[in-house]
Ligand binder design. Structure first.
Ligand SMILES: NC(=O)c1ccc[n+]([C@@H]2O[C@H](COP(=O)([O-])OP(=O)(O)OC[C@H]3O[C@@H](n4cnc5c(N)ncnc54)[C@H](O)[C@@H]3O)[C@@H](O)[C@H]2O)c1
Ligand SMILES: O=c1ccn([C@@H]2O[C@H](COP(=O)(O)OP(=O)(O)O[C@H]3O[C@H](CO)[C@@H](O)[C@H](O)[C@H]3O)[C@@H](O)[C@H]2O)c(=O)[nH]1
Length: 440
């Protein structure tokens, strides 16, 4: 059993802290946000993540997990400190390290025993080395402070499964014993443990996200080619993915990637390369294609609907992907803004995020009932592939809408099936059902 502190109880801190408690360790999760901590102490989970509430509750009751807004308590009572605070990008792409710096200052100020500090936040290459130097100069001279890089690869919506069954755990350490202790912590997960130097571990995180983002932008570019030549991007992706060297994952064409990680980390990686005088051309294109993908989708809607002024558009799904309520850089938000700019009336549905969407979308009619959202709509626009949307009675939908037009940004349905139900169905990289024309 180890005494672990996790500083920052956002997505990553909360999930990983809870999972370490479940593995039998004594875990204190600390956050400067007192409101969040007060909720967590009552077992009230501030994020939507399937299975997390039950796991937090059982570990709270077993006294293996606790929450505090006193960062000093968490530091004093632990031997291993995970840093899981936010690392947003600034407008110029540089990583904003304010939150990390403030945690480092707290660790230096409150540590009375030696610590292993584990960086879970996604940080620029060289951060581990720099943090260790800072701590050695700021903390009491008799203390050993070793910094280990342990990037996090969980996905929102499947965070617990990803934590207990990861594809790999990367541990970057320059101090052998510190690296071995963090490796031992992960040994029960029975997965590939990759031990590296700190710089390589830091870069593996950015490289992985950049590569996955590149797969998505690549297939989105292929989708445009498919539309022009009359091919089906779903079949192209399937055929490509059967090659084990390519693999079937992250080849779903759509409205581009969003969320709290890919947009920010691709921009940060591009800037990191620029800072060492290297123009990372592929990554520049990946980001540009992703940006264009949202604009092209709005043009697609415009072509299908005609003049959008005064038209009622039902936007189905707000979160950047299903099974999360996270709206950070969600494509739906940009698409809605563009529709509003063109004079459309927007109704929007999301099963879990309409609560905090109200603040971001004051001029949008928000619904938690998908059928009410669609009432008298001139077009149905699908932006998140929630199962609730997939499972709707689309025959009933046909009778509720004003115009039987679906513009699907996630390729959720078979065009022929929607056509049979009487819809004009426009999707991404596939022939348009009913209109029998290519819309690009
Ligand atoms: N969200 C994901 O799916 C995901 C996955 C892998 C990696 N990451 C990376 O993990 C890091 C955290 O991401 P997140 O989405 O959990 O962030 P988040 O912004 O949701 O949460 C960060 C938390 O840290 C707290 N905090 C900030 N400064 C603090 C301080 N000085 N002391 C105590 N608490 C402080 C904030 O109050 C907040 O609750 C980021 O670097 C991110 O890139 C995120
Ligand atoms: O074939 C695909 C797969 C994904 N997406 C989109 O890509 C975005 C990101 O999806 P996903 O990777 O599933 O979600 P995240 O929770 O953001 O997870 C990513 O970002 C995390 C933060 O760095 C990493 O830890 C994860 O490994 C990495 O998958 C979403 O908008 C998806 O809709 C597509 O458009 N097509």
């Amino acid at each position: 059993m180890q005494r672990i502190a996790v500083i920052g109880t956002g997505y990553v801190g909360l999930v990983s802290g809870t999972c370490f408690a479940e593995m039998g360790h004594q875990v204190i999760c600390a956050d400067r946000d007192e409101g969040k901590i007060a909720r967590l102490q009552q077992g009230d989970i501030p994020i939507y993540e399937p299975g997390l509430k039950e796991l937090v509750m059982s570990n709270l009751l077993a006294n293996r997990l606790s929450f505090t807004s006193q960062i000093s308590d968490a530091i004093v009572l632990s031997d291993i400190i995970f840093i899981a605070v936010g690392t947003p990008t600034e407008d110029n792409g540089d990583v904003d390290m304010t939150q990390v710096n403030s945690v480092i200052a707290s660790i230096a100020a409150y540590s009375t025993t030696s610590k292993i500090i584990v960086m879970k936040s996604t940080v620029p290459v060289g951060t581990g080395r720099w943090v260790e130097e800072q701590l050695k100069s700021l903390a009491a001279a008799h203390l050993d402070m070793h910094v280990v890089s342990n990037p996090e690869f969980l996905r929102e919506g499947s965070a617990i499964e990803d934590t207990f069954h990861p594809d790999r755990v990367v541990i970057g350490a320059d101090h052998l014993e510190a690296g071995a202790r963090i490796a031992a912590l992960h040994a029960p997960l029975r997965t590939e443990l990759l031990l590296t130097d700190r710089e390589s571990a830091e870069l593996i995180k950015y490289a992985s996200n950049a590569f996955l983002a590149a797969k998505i932008s690549f297939i989105n570019e292929m989708a445009h080619v498919c539309e022009k030549v009359g091919a089906n991007v779903g079949l192209v992706a399937k055929g490509m993915g059967l090659d084990r060297r390519i693999g079937p994952h992250f080849l779903n064409a759509g409205i581009g990637y969003g969320g709290s990680c890919f947009p920010k980390d691709t921009k940060a990686q591009l800037k990191l390369a620029q800072n060492v005088d290297y123009d990372f051309k592929i990554l520049r294109s990946v980001i540009e294609v992703n940006h264009l993908q949202r604009e092209r989708f709005v043009h697609k809607i415009e072509r299908a609907v005609g003049n959008l002024t005064g038209k009622r558009i039902a936007v189905m799904g707000l979160a950047f992907k299903p099974n999360t309520d996270d709206l950070r850089d969600a494509p739906a938000l940009d698409i809605i803004a563009a529709l509003k700019e063109r004079g459309a009336i927007v109704n929007a549905y999301d099963p879990v995020s309409t609560g905090h969407a109200a603040r971001l979308l004051p001029e949008v009619n928000l619904f938690t009932d998908p059928y009410l959202t669609l009432h008298e709509a001139d077009a149905v626009v699908i932006t998140t592939e929630w199962d609730d949307i997939r499972r709707m009675n689309w025959r009933l939908v046909r009778s509720l809408v004003k115009e039987p037009l679906i513009v699907d940004g996630r390729n959720m349905f078979e065009p022929e099936e929607m056509s049979r139900l009487g819809f004009t169905y426009v999707s991404i990289g596939r022939k348009t059902a009913m209109l029998d024309m290519v819309i690009s």
